[in-house]
Design a protein around this ligand. Sequence first.
Ligand code: HEC
Length: 100
Amino acid sequence: MAATLPPGLWSPASAGNDEPGRQIFTTRAQPACGACHTLSDAGSAAEVGPSLDELRPDAERVAKAVREGVGVMPPYRGKLDDEEIRAVADYVARVAGGAS
Ligand code: HEC
């Protein structure tokens, strides 16, 4: 599945790069989180939204933002199911260092 990532667009920094949370972040969420956010583990460096590496949100904060949207960030409720929101939230919190 990782092979479907467009070459050169993102180059996931660490191994195990087909974990669901990262896939949602880089491609499955539409628009992709990585199009707007910096997250080094996902290899994204966009600056439309805050850098998640610096924000270090916990999973609840990510899940809420993804479900409901914030400012210009669109809500993903209805596009991602609860399991996918949970997966991407846990992933971001873990790799950004916001998880315990
Ligand atoms: C169209 C660009 C865009 C996309 C796509 C996007 N975001 Fe955002 N995101 C933003 C902006 C801009 C903000 C800051 C909003 C504000 O504070 O007004 C933000 C804020 C956030 C926050 C912080 C919320 C808070 O509590 O302050 C998190 C966490 C987040 N985004 C995660 C994600 C995740 C995960 C995805 C993919 C499912 C995603 N974003 C997709 C633009 C985007």
